[in-house]
Design a protein around this ligand. Sequence first.
Ligand SMILES: Cc1cc2nc3c(=O)[nH]c(=O)nc-3n(C[C@H](O)[C@H](O)[C@H](O)COP(=O)(O)OP(=O)(O)OC[C@H]3O[C@@H](n4cnc5c(N)ncnc54)[C@H](O)[C@@H]3O)c2cc1C
Length: 392
Amino acid sequence: MKVAVIGSGLGGMLSAAILSEKGFEIDVFEKLPFIGGRFTNIEYKGFQLSTGALHMVPHGSRGPLAKLLRRAGAKVEIVDSKPAGEALYKGRRTEIRKKKFPLKSRLNFIKWCLKSRFREVKISEFENDLDDFSRGFLRAFLGWSLSITPDEAIFSKILPIYHQTVKCGGPGIPIGGCKSVIDALTEIVTSNDGRIRKRTGVKAIKPQDYGFSVYAGKDIKHYDIVISNIGHVETGKLLNNEYATHVEPSSGIKYSISLKEPFIGHTGVLFTFNTRRISGMNEVTNADPNLGKGHLLMAHQPVLTNNIRYEIAQGLKDLREILKGHEYEILAIQSYSDGWPVNRVKAGQDIGFETPYRNLYVVGDGAKGDDIEVEGIALGVERVIKRIEEMP
Ligand SMILES: Cc1cc2nc3c(=O)[nH]c(=O)nc-3n(C[C@H](O)[C@H](O)[C@H](O)COP(=O)(O)OP(=O)(O)OC[C@H]3O[C@@H](n4cnc5c(N)ncnc54)[C@H](O)[C@@H]3O)c2cc1C
């Protein structure tokens, strides 16, 4: 059976690798000159910066992505973060552990879990019931990992992420960064005679009685199955059927910073509480020194207004305060929105992998399963593979 994969982001490449192993004939179409979308490296001044992700896999070697990579036979080593997270709170650093959250706040968490069963609860309602430390953590966590504020987050949609974190554990960093994951998947696809065509954007998908005609570059080819890695909205445009219009992306700003001496000094996340914008940072060179010729610190902030210059000014003020007394250079400031966002669909608004067309599925961060970031992408891909395997 012939499968067209539109887009070579993580979701597309995971699907392509697994299906190519199962004997499907795969063509991956990528409009850009590189493979990996928002999950690969950009080399700059001897540092492995990235096209998007902060080189972190949210549940490390025990999460859904790591499991799916193992299932695909992808050789990727993920270093689990130790500690998973630390807080920069009132000028002091402290490891984030359960006992840091006062009993009253933990009981309130249970209370709001129950409330959220009966009505839609915004995280901003729940946070009013928390002490300052717990509230600071919640805000920093949402900003760092989902690039949203408590006002934008629905309690019941965030809860699965909490459960997954309890079940699978904290983050990890792949040796070689995001690109090592994409390279391993590329190798599987090509070793199974799958083709990856860079600089070949798909312009249209036309459903036929059986299968689809895919218009890519100058070619029109027939496929039995189409897997789209470009989100429901863009997929709808290619079909000339804009079936999904009610989704909203999340924006963010990433700062890549070089230091001569380590600032964080470990492989986990430093969540920054009660700042103007910066929610957290990691220092990926502590997991893999080859990611930079010095130390590479990556900081992230959500975007709270429409004025991007103002947002960056706020982020830079935070960084000056946080890094005071340290010698550092800002290598890059990258902003993410619209067609190249942090999340194509804001956390909790994913609409699943199905489209109005049989044998046309969406993977990637527009169609995640119940988990965070690339872990959700892995769960989404797993569902699509299962559906394809169940085909008569
Ligand atoms: C600043 C930032 C930090 C992040 N940090 C993390 C992190 O640390 N950990 C984590 O788990 N997640 C993180 N994420 C999220 C993660 O990077 C994304 O969720 C993930 O990379 C998206 O993958 P995807 O499968 O949706 O594909 P995408 O990356 O969206 O790739 C889609 C591909 O399709 C191509 N394409 C588009 N249209 C067409 C067309 N018509 N024809 C052919 N090709 C087309 C695009 O060029 C692109 O290459 C971060 C994101 C950002 C922006």
